[in-house]
Ligand binder design. Structure first.
Ligand code: AMP
Ligand code: MG
Length: 512
């Protein structure tokens, strides 16, 4: 960095009434370009709230690639970003607020809101891409209820690792820009080290935001929210009286595509409450989520999901249920008779299965190396899943082994051990003969969609345990490996293996 630049970074500090230190010059240099369009919505949707300063902000992880993509100055953020990421400094142009929303949590409606997060604002990148920058774990807000507004280091690192893993897998997801330790303990069952996640998202508008507006019963609020959301995420939709329906159809399509993608990589979100469903179609709120090791359709990792409401196989169905809650909320702004609107929403909602099946079939065919679509393909895929379930096969490794099987004379011993595989593989090979490509080409195609690397539960846990005891290197190594999930390399060999069948079942916690 030039001398001139360093002089230019002379700090101008202001201490606000709330005790927040605002440094203008330095943070400006980081390249922030905040705009705060969410604040144009009626006041019911947010509450202006500054983050609560922390004792000792220390950078734990900083996503330089993402910072670069956002047009931010990596050098500046590397040296002084922790103060912004911990909420001790507010960058110029930011206007922090906590958002109001509601949600069905495990089927029960509750008013919620950002109880431990603030939106710094929307950063507009040099390419004019608008993203929310949110601090999660930044202290109490008026929506905190009995919570302390804080977050714990382990779960924030977990969200960072898994969300970045999802991004590399090509699954739409919020991103993680930084995890910053606060130097303060947070009391859970035990005192645990506190941390703040800097989250970047297309937006934080959720199905629950619409539910909140509908519950207020104010038509104008809901209509403003709808207009705002359409302008931000679905600008292609024409502004006609049918907007609630066309919007609903568009959101439904994005959700169908998203949940299908989870199913291809074996991702279990774990807490698909309506407040955790992003209208922009990104995976959001990484609480008790985890990836399948051994395949079983009923897999649940979350310690509190006793009924299996959010199990792997139920994710499409529960997504449709969540969408029904969005439709209900939109009724308030529908023109004409309510019965007619309900009928219209129901008929759109019924297209979910077809929309999901189309995405699912396309993706599962690709997993098997099939480009064309034939009538029996869905059965072929399902039969493989049944064999995997019976044999307790590892989800990700099985598909990788299948791609290898096309190029090797000797079939993979793990595959051969699966009861019923002999017969299935003959059907698959027969089906592959209808494709116009040669086997090595098909194998290559399969490798481009079947990840070798996913964030494996035990590896994530090991990295977190090390980080909690002060060694961040394993987490950094894991993050490096997760960036290239479709290549088999020497570096990632140790990261490919899943937990063996019969291992103690993995359990995740919302405890954050
Ligand atoms: P989540 O389980 O992260 O989706 O959060 C559900 C609701 O609980 C949201 O309104 C959160 O803001 C709120 N919440 C979660 N943890 C805390 C906390 N430690 N303090 C205050 N509110 C919280
Ligand atoms: Mg949530």
């Amino acid at each position: 960095m030039s001398v001139l630049r360093n002089q230019d970074r002379f700090l101008v500090c202001l201490i606000t009434a709330a005790g927040i230190i605002v440094t203008t010059k330095d943070t400006q240099d980081a390249g922030w370009s905040f705009d705060n369009s969410f604040m144009q919505l009626p006041e019911a949707f947010f509450s202006r709230t500054n983050p609560e300063p922390v004792k000792h902000a220390v950078k734990v992880l900083f996503n330089e690639d993402l910072a670069n993509d956002l047009g931010l100055d990596v050098d500046v953020l590397r040296s002084s970003g922790a103060q912004v990421f911990a909420g001790n400094e507010i960058p110029p142009g930011a206007a922090p607020l906590a958002q109001a929303y509601a949600g069905h949590q495990f089927g029960h409606f509750t008013n919620l809101g950002d109880g431990r997060a603030v939106l710094l604002g929307e950063h507009v990148t040099p390419k004019k891409h608008r993203v929310d920058v949110q601090l999660k774990g930044s202290g109490r807000t008026c929506y905190s209820r009995s919570g302390d507004g804080r977050a714990v280091l382990g779960p924030m690192l977990r969200e960072y690792i898994i969300s970045e893993g999802m991004y590399s897998l090509g699954v739409p997801s919020t991103r993680s820009l930084a995890v910053t330790a606060t130097g303060e303990n947070v009391l859970r069952n035990l005192p645990l080290p506190g941390a703040i996640l800097t989250r970047v998202a297309e937006s934080h508008i959720r199905i629950g935001t619409f539910q909140y507006a509908a519950a207020l019963g104010d038509k104008n609020n809901l209509s403003e929210l709808l207009k705002y959301t359409v302008a931000r995420h679905y600008p292609e939709l024409p502004n006609t009286p049918d907007l609630p329906f066309t919007f609903f159809r568009a959101v439904l399509d994005k959700q169908a595509s998203l949940v299908a993608r989870w199913m291809f990589v074996g991702f279990v979100h774990g807490v698909l409450n309506t407040d955790n469903v992003s209208i922009a179609g990104e995976t959001i709120d990484y609480g008790p989520c985890a990836f399948l090791d051994v395949y079983h359709p009923e897999t649940v990792f979350s310690s509190i999901d006793h009924q299996g409401r959010y199990s792997f196989e139920k994710q499409p169905m529960i997504t449709q249920w969540n969408l029904a809650r969005l439709a209900e909320s939109l009724l308030l702004v529908c023109p004409g008779e309510q019965d007619k609107s309900v009928e219209k929403f129901v008929s759109i909602l019924e297209t979910f299965s077809e929309s999901y099946e189309t995405y699912y079939q396309h993706g599962t065919n690709a997993k098997l190396g099939l480009r064309n679509q034939e009538k029996e393909d869905a059965i072929l895929y399902q039969d493989l899943l049944d064999i995997m379930k019976f044999s307790q096969a590892d989800f990700s490794s099985t598909f990788v082994a299948l791609s290898h099987a096309l190029e090797n004379e000797h079939a993979d011993p793990v595959l051969m051990k699966m009861s019923g595989f002999d017969n299935w593989v003959q059907r698959w090979r027969e089906r592959l003969s209808h494709e116009s490509s040669l086997l090595p080409e098909i194998a290559k195609r399969m490798r481009s969609v079947n990840p070798v690397i996913v964030p494996r539960n035990l590896q994530v846990e090991e990295a977190l345990a090390e980080a909690e005891s002060g060694n961040i290197e394993p987490a950094q190594r894991l993050l490096g490996v997760l960036q290239a999930p479709f290549s088999e390399t020497l570096e990632n060999e140790l990261y490919r293996k899943g937990a063996p069948p019969g291992s103690a079942s993995y359990c995740t916690f919302c405890g954050t």
